[in-house]
Design a protein around this ligand. Structure first.
Ligand SMILES: Cc1cc2nc3c(=O)[nH]c(=O)nc-3n(C[C@H](O)[C@H](O)[C@H](O)COP(=O)(O)OP(=O)(O)OC[C@H]3O[C@@H](n4cnc5c(N)ncnc54)[C@H](O)[C@@H]3O)c2cc1C
Length: 504
């Protein structure tokens, strides 16, 4: 095993997922793999995908990348969470922070104490004032978190907002520097073993045949290997997540470069606003069953702040995933494996999780069923949780102003989500995950932010005296506000730490 011949890995696709996979395999399994990536400039990449989750920092670190350098090259900004506007009701606004509420310590989560006081009729400020990350975001300020767990300034994480078209080339340089081979060309045929059905080679439009042992399908929505050649069925979640198109249009930045992404609810979906160093990314994600492309483009154009830098571009997709991501000797990563709309910036996270699972389960034999089954189990878990979390945002609304909002408000949700909502409504309890994405504070932020308030709380929250509790809350609020005041403005921090000029 130790001195075995390297496995020939062929990656089809050079978008974000293709180059993330190539860079990670080249860095972390240099002796186990020989890498060959095929991409077609004529087909191009999807070119969106600018907001991320904090897990991306682990990826950047594992690749040995210097954060400031990476951010300068990708014209990146910091992201402390997502601001949701008009979701529960028109006029509402809340932040889903990458951080805790309260001090993030103790046996009992902060929201139980808050609920106790609320149910007792106390006058309380908005829930988010008790989150350092939320208040930092609202104040447009940024600093790296403290490493001292006793400090309030350690109670958050952060992610990046970057230019999607600059991310893959950055990774390409790393992967090629580590020996990955790249071929420009269009795959026109997938060659399979007649008996076992495994993929043995792909043929390009110039006639070249590229052989391999393990094939990674990063070909985007087309899912050339897994979906087309191996015919793995697509599980369609459109009835729960009806948004199936987006119109995207970058603009000049005229207002704040916020350290957060905004998700602003619209008549038939929602609109993103992602500020980068050199421009602001905008897009309207909508359900084609409830609005037309023209109407969506008009609504986006009318809503964006700065002058457009390109014409509106329509993208089509479908919520769902291939039933299995790894079939025979083919692993699909990225859009080729599935897509959940970008409301919580989960796609690049899913790419990263798939790469991590592939590396941790990297087989001796590319057609090995035990590793494959475990990989598919892990990916299933990730998709199912994210799916429920996304559906929650739509379903937990009181909006009745359009057919779209009436549909999502009244639709049946998966049992797994109905149970989670009920558990929270009864006594503020959140389904626990040992690993993965969206832990307790994320669910609490969305429940409370969209008006699902608990009717009870953890009995341990009864221990402190009510007035002690109230004084503690006021002190915390004051402490957070004072700490936020000491932090630099987001753009000033970027200018010092990772200005795009540094990459020129
Ligand atoms: C509207 C929208 C908004 C999004 N926003 C976010 C976000 O904020 N955050 C986030 O994490 N994700 C987001 N995503 C998802 C994100 O864009 C993708 O997950 C990410 O870009 C990875 O795409 P990919 O590499 O899988 O596919 P693609 O970028 O489509 O790349 C496919 C590659 O395959 C190649 N290819 C295809 N066919 C062939 C062939 N026959 N021969 C050779 N090569 C071929 C193409 O040339 C290309 O290189 C968003 C997606 C959409 C649709």
């Amino acid at each position: 095993m130790g001195g075995a011949k390297p496995i020939r890995v062929v990656i089809v696709g050079g978008g974000t997922s293709g180059w993330m996979t190539a860079a990670a395999l080249a860095r972390l399994l240099p002796k186990r793999v020989s890498l060959h990536l095929i991409e077609s400039e004529t087909i191009g990449v999807i070119g969106v995908g600018e907001a991320t989750l904090p897990h991306i920092r682990g990826f950047v670190e594992k690749l040995g990348i210097r954060e400031a350098d990476f951010m300068a090259w990708t014209r990146g900004t910091f992201k402390l969470g997502i601001e949701f506007r008009n979701w529960g009701r028109i006029g509402d606004s809340y932040v889903h922070p990458f951080g805790t509420f309260g001090r993030g310590k103790g046996e009992v989560d902060f929201h139980h104490y808050w609920t106790r006081l609320r149910l007792a009729g106390a006058e309380l400020p908005p829930f988010e004032v008790f989150s350092y990350a939320c208040m930092l975001a609202r104040a447009n300020r940024f600093d790296l978190p403290s490493e001292d767990p006793d400090r309030l300034t350690s109670t958050y994480g952060y992610a990046y907002q970057f230019d999607a078209l600059l991310f893959a080339p950055y990774l390409r340089a790393i992967a090629e520097g580590l020996g990955a081979r790249r071929t420009e060309g269009k795959v026109v045929e997938v060659v399979r073993d007649g008996e076992r059905g495994t993929i043995t080679a792909v043929r390009l439009d110039n006639g070249e045949r590229i052989e391999g042992d393990l094939f990674v399908d990063c070909s985007g929505f087309r899912s050339l290997l897994l979906g087309e050649a191996l015919a793995e069925p697509f599980e369609d979640w459109n009835h729960w997540l009806p948004a199936d198109r987006a119109v995207a249009m970058p603009c000049r930045t005229t207002t704040s470069v916020t350290p957060y992404t905004s998700a602003i609810a619209m008549p038939a979906g929602w609109r993103w606003r992602i500020p980068l160093q050199h421009r602001t990314g905008n897009g309207y994600v909508y359900a084609s069953a409830f609005t037309s492309d023209d109407e969506a483009a008009r609504a986006l154009t009318g809503a964006v702040e700065g002058a457009p830098l390109a014409d509106p571009r329509i993208l089509r997709f479908r919520a769902g995933r291939r039933r299995r991501s790894w079939v025979k000797n083919c692993v699909a990563i990225g859009l080729a494996s599935g897509f959940l709309e970008p409301l919580e910036s989960t796609s690049i996270y899913l790419v990263q999780q798939a790469i991590t699972a592939l590396i941790e389960l990297f087989p001796d034999n590319a057609d090995s069923d035990v590793e494959r089954d475990e990989f598919n189990r892990l990916i299933d878990l990730e998709y199912d949780r994210i799916r429920d979390f996304l559906i929650l945002h739509y379903h937990a609304t009181t909006r009745t102003d359009t057919d779209f909002w009436n549909y999502v408000r009244t639709m049946e949700v998966p049992d797994s989500l109905a149970e989670k909502i009920e558990l929270f409504r009864r006594a503020g309890r959140v389904v626990k995950y040992r690993e993965g994405v969206f832990l307790d504070a994320s669910w609490v932020a969305v429940y409370v932010g969209q008006g699902i308030l608990p009717q009870g709380y953890d009995p341990r929250a009864d221990v402190p005296d009510a007035d002690v509790l109230m004084r503690g809350m006021r002190a915390l609020q004051g402490e957070i506000a004072a700490a936020v005041d000491r932090v630099p403005e987001h753009l000033r921090y970027i200018d010092r730490y990772c200005p795009m000029a540094a990459a020129a």
